[in-house]
Ligand binder design. Structure first.
Ligand SMILES: C[S@@+](CC[C@H](N)C(=O)[O-])C[C@H]1O[C@@H](n2cnc3c(N)ncnc32)[C@H](O)[C@@H]1O
Length: 388
């Protein structure tokens, strides 16, 4: 974040910059200039952004911001600072000049970069808006995956193009009529491509390509204003869902990656709880669970179609029992069974011990690869420790 602010401040102070070499954006076909005589559409877009995203104040990005046409009214409406992210440093410095004239220079920041490789940390962005830009990205699918990466769980992205649901009907009709005319004129092929890229089916294909877990495509495209939710245009709305949810708020499930292995560590003050893991990027080669409990009367890992049930007895030498329920049929998962997994006890230093883990220790289990054969969407865990 520090680096971002420094860069933004440098841009703000240094005045107009030379065009960035990355500023390869071909630009819309000529003729779009004529649309400038119509009422300003950006405040209507901002209203929709706020209505559909309900963002928390914080770190907001306008991706493919150009001159901050969306960012500036967004600041004016909310007071929240906005970072423009665009390969075109020249356009953004114009935006910074406009912000200075409006007395908003302390709220508008600029960052040179592209959607496909954003210079931002994972899970850091509270709102990402992008208008009129995805249609120019070299790789929209990669860009959308990046957007998902940088969003904070619970934050939303609103990406697309259009005039906003509150845009006057007469103006939207004029704009659409003009575009239809241009599709018949000298620049017909360019305008046809312009319209093609802005179809909801295209947006749907990009979102599916990016494997966004949940999303909504709104609007019917560049030459329709028939969707009352957004008026003229097409938009993609999605939220980053948390990958891990615990049943009880006091329980913690943390993730650590070591090469091909992902280690999920569970702590549960009451000793009884559950959690669901839904990894967006799919399952790693090796999934290790560390359950920080003193005993494990019952432990389940369920994919929806297969349940693995484990128990560490509090008697009989802390014998481990493991059973698998596949297609409703429960069978023991003994060594040699594809669902067998060793349940180790580790002490507080992570050293293997006999029996139970003791104070500060944990149970460790490498989940059997067979559990992930069908690439389940989620894994639901449940645990009970009566040892307290
Ligand atoms: C038509 S302008 C839209 C500007 C502004 N958002 C608006 O709604 O008027 C498209 C913007 O997308 C930017 N752009 C092009 N390729 C990009 C990419 N790969 N990642 C991010 N922005 C990109 C361009 O530099 C340009 O500023």
């Amino acid at each position: 974040m520090k680096r971002i602010l420094i860069l933004a401040a440098a841009l703000a102070l240094s005045g107009p910059l030379p065009p960035s070499p990355a500023a390869h954006e071909p630009g819309p076909p000529k003729g779009l200039g004529g649309e400038r005589s119509l009422p300003d559409r950006y405040p209507c877009v901002v209203d929709d952004v706020l209505r559909y995203c309900r963002p928390e104040k914080g770190f907001w990005i306008d991706l493919g911001a150009g001159k901050g046409q969306v960012a500036i009214p967004l600041i004016e409406k909310t007071g929240n600072p906005v970072v423009m992210l665009d390969p075109d440093a020249e356009a953004m410095s114009k935006g910074l000049e406009i912000a200075r004239e409006k007395g908003l220079q302390d709220r508008l920041l600029a960052l040179v970069g592209v959607a496909e490789k954003m210079p931002l940390p994972d899970n850091s962005v509270d709102l990402l808006v992008s208008r009129g830009s995805i249609f120019f990205w070299d790789d929209p699918v990669r860009g959308l995956r990046e957007v998902y990466r940088v969003l904070r769980p619970g934050a939303k992205a609103y990406i697309g193009g259009g005039a906003g649901s509150g845009y006057p009907k007469w103006a939207a009709e004029k704009l659409i009529g003009r575009r239809k005319q241009l599709m018949e004129g000298d620049e017909a092929p360019k305008w046809k491509t312009f319209v093609e890229l802005r179809r909801p089916e295209q947006m749907q294909a990009w979102a599916e390509g990016a494997k966004l877990p949940q999303f909504e495509v709104m609007g019917k495209g560049a030459i329709s204003a028939d969707d009352p939710r957004v008026g003229q245009g097409v938009w993609l709305l999605f939220e980053k869902k948390p990958e891990i949810t615990t049943r009880r708020p006091e329980d913690r499930l943390t993730v650590r990656t070591e090469g091909d292995t992902v280690i999920y560590s569970i702590t549960s003050p009451s000793g009884i709880g559950g959690a669901t893991i839904s990894p967006w990027e799919g399952w790693p080669k090796k999934v290790v669970l560390r359950v920080h409990l003193r005993g494990l009367e019952s432990f389940t890992a369920s994919t929806g179609s297969i349940d693995l049930r484990a128990s560490v007895l509090s008697h009989s030498g802390n014998r481990r029992l493991l059973r698998v329920v596949d297609d409703g049929k429960e069978t023991p998962a003994d060594r040699g069974n594809p669902y067998w997994a060793e349940i180790k006890a580790l002490d507080a230093k992570g050293e293997p011990v006999e029996g139970l883990p003791g104070e500060g220790g944990c149970f460790e289990m490498t989940l059997p690869a067979a559990l992930f054969n069908d690439n389940p969407k989620s894994l639901t865990l449940g645990w009970i420790d009566f040892y307290r």
